[in-house]
Design a protein around this ligand. Structure first.
Ligand SMILES: NC(=O)c1ccc[n+]([C@@H]2O[C@H](COP(=O)([O-])OP(=O)(O)OC[C@H]3O[C@@H](n4cnc5c(N)ncnc54)[C@H](O)[C@@H]3O)[C@@H](O)[C@H]2O)c1
Ligand SMILES: [Zn+2]
Length: 512
């Protein structure tokens, strides 16, 4: 894993990068310095003699070459990652951290350094710097990991980078299923030592799907694999049968370890296969979608679908370890990330106002701390109610209407998109009932929209949504029970909703 330090001129990329490289005993590459070395020209001379376009071309070539290597600390120039291809190349290879500081601090640092800055030439450098920062702000803001370096010394920033690199260990203490969740950048690459350190030895088989298989790190490629076709359509007993065959073929015995690397579909199936193969072998879940990290990998539920419905066969069978590496999200399609954010928002509404507020304030999605907080909400609920006797029903927030929407769309809407619509609708219901504080529905809808999620489903048939809700297996005693929000951070459960209010809300969310 490379570590890429990016940010505006003066943010300290090079000095922090150098100090960090020394601390970690790694090589530091300053992209501008590399360009100067390769062309034999200073950056200002290169700009003057060959023009900015040529400079950018050389810069892209250098980024591509660095992306082929690992264990580097890389500091690209301030404009390097405005080019999407450079960004994608470098982000695929490691953790990108954006260093920020206010304009006055940046200018002070730039003026104190001897390096000439062609982009800041002219009589009013602060005005030029501000113009540059404003133009690039959307790009700088789009990085999930940000460190504000204003009033921070270089060693202090280095410490903050090191803290970000440190894997978190989150214990799950539910009776009958104690285990750990490890969360950290680069964990997938370091999976084998991570297992070793926890005594998870023995013969291993990796279960993954066809999308993930080509992306697995080389460190895992010598292990036997079972590769399933991707997608919910293959979450079937036939796939479980294929897994059993693969386990037998690879000689997996009762001391063996099944390692699931994939989204919720792979986790649910590998876990179920592990629960039943030879009456149960240990398994490790390595979730690779945001939804799987903050939801599906937590709580010990495993299973498959039947033609008659989703998740109709399964077992509570927690893994020995969940290992989540947010770096794998870099290859996840944007729609999947956004869909997973619905569960992150949901967890904020259930029990973490600070998480909700970070999203309200415009944070980019899927950073380590956001994921940790979202995991924490579900773990606390599962610990309080491991066998789904009561409080765990709060996790169903947004899902009563959401499942109806998902089914009525013929599964054209992603799960998270349907849940977003369900969250918005259920918040409206709660407000109409006088259960939720005023303005809550509007606040929740605004966050969902900011994340890029839908809050309405014009054109769907409200009666079809209602009918699909009734067939939801979570209805208790023939009556639909809702989890409904009271305010951000507090949810009630087991609530019945009057039919006319429910139908009026479904009509409102489906109206053109
Ligand atoms: N066990 C539980 O408690 C629980 C909770 C919620 C959901 N689930 C289950 O989770 C499933 C949905 O999970 P999902 O949303 O993760 O879908 P998924 O597993 O189908 O993954 C979505 C798609 O993304 C691909 N993919 C996964 N990781 C990738 C990566 N890092 N880069 C590129 N592509 C990647 C997959 O191949 C797949 O095509 C459903 O079956 C649902 O029932 C289970
Ligand atoms: Zn869900």
């Amino acid at each position: 894993m490379n570590i890429i330090l990016y940010g505006p001129p003066g943010s300290g990329k090079s000095s922090v990068g150098q100090a960090l490289a020394e601390r970690l005993g790694r090589e530091f590459v300053d992209v501008d310095a590399r360009i100067e070395a390769e062309t034999g020209l200073t950056i200002p001379d290169l700009f003057a003699q060959r023009g900015e376009a040529e400079f950018r071309r050389i810069e892209s070539a250098v980024c591509a070459a660095l992306a082929a290597r690992s264990r580097l600390i890389i500091a690209p120039g301030g404009g390097a990652l405005l080019e999407a291809a450079n960004r994608a190349a470098l982000e695929r290879t490691g953790l990108l951290i954006c260093l920020r500081a206010d304009a006055a601090t940046l200018l002070d640092r730039l003026q104190a350094s001897a390096v000439p800055r062609p982009l800041l030439a002219g009589p009013d450098p602060l005005a030029r710097l501000n113009a540059l920062l404003n133009a690039r702000r959307p790009v700088y803001d789009s990085f999930v990991e940000q460190i504000d370096t204003t009033s921070q010394s270089i060693p202090q920033v280095v410490e903050r980078v090191l803290a970000l690199l440190e894997p978190r260990t989150l214990p799950v203490n539910a009776p009958g299923f104690q285990h750990e969740i490890a969360l950290g950048y680069g964990l997938l690459e370091a999976l084998l030592p991570t297992l070793e350190a926890r005594g998870l030895s023995g013969p291993k088989v990796i279960v993954t799907d066809e999308n993930l298989a080509p992306r697995l790190p080389t460190a895992l490629r010598h292990l036997p694999w079972a590769v399933l076709p991707a997608g919910e359509a293959y979450k079937t007993l036939d796939s479980i049968q294929a897994l059993f065959q693969a386990f037998l073929k690879h000689g997996l015995d009762r001391k063996g370890l099944v390692i699931a690397v994939g989204g919720g579909v792979i986790g649910d199936m590998a876990g179920f296969a592990a629960a039943t193969y030879m009456r149960g072998v240990r398994w490790v879940n390595v979730p690779t979608t945001l939804l799987a990290m903050v939801d599906a990998s937590l709580g010990g539920k495993t299973g498959v679908d039947l033609p008659q419905g989703k998740n109709l066969v399964g077992a509570f069978y927690p893994p020995a370890l969940v290992a989540s590496d947010p770096l794998v999200l870099k290859t996840l399609p944007a729609r999947e990330i956004i869909s997973g954010m619905a569960e992150v928002v949901k967890h904020g509404v259930i029990a973490d106002p600070a998480l909700f507020e970070v999203l309200e304030a415009g944070a980019a999605f899927g950073g380590l701390e956001q994921i940790r907080r979202a995991i924490d909400v579900k773990v606390r609920v599962v610990e309080a109610d491991p066998l789904e006797k009561g409080q765990r029903a709060t996790l169903n927030l947004g899902h009563t209407v959401g499942h109806g929407v998902e089914a009525a769309s013929g599964y054209q809407l992603r799960h998270g998109e349907s849940i977003a619509i369900g969250l918005a609708a259920e918040a409206q219901i709660a407000e109409q009932m006088g259960l939720a504080e005023r303005g809550l529905a509007e606040r929740i809808a605004r966050v969902l929209e900011r994340v890029g999620l839908p809050t309405r489903c014009p054109g769907l048939d409200p009666a079809a949504i209602r009918a699909a809700m009734s067939s939801d297996k979570k209805k208790a005693g023939g009556k639909l029970k809702f989890a409904l929000p009271k305010r951000v951070g507090e949810v009630s459960w087991g609530i019945e909703v009057d039919e006319p209010l429910l139908m009026a809300t479904l009509k409102a969310i489906t109206a053109d």
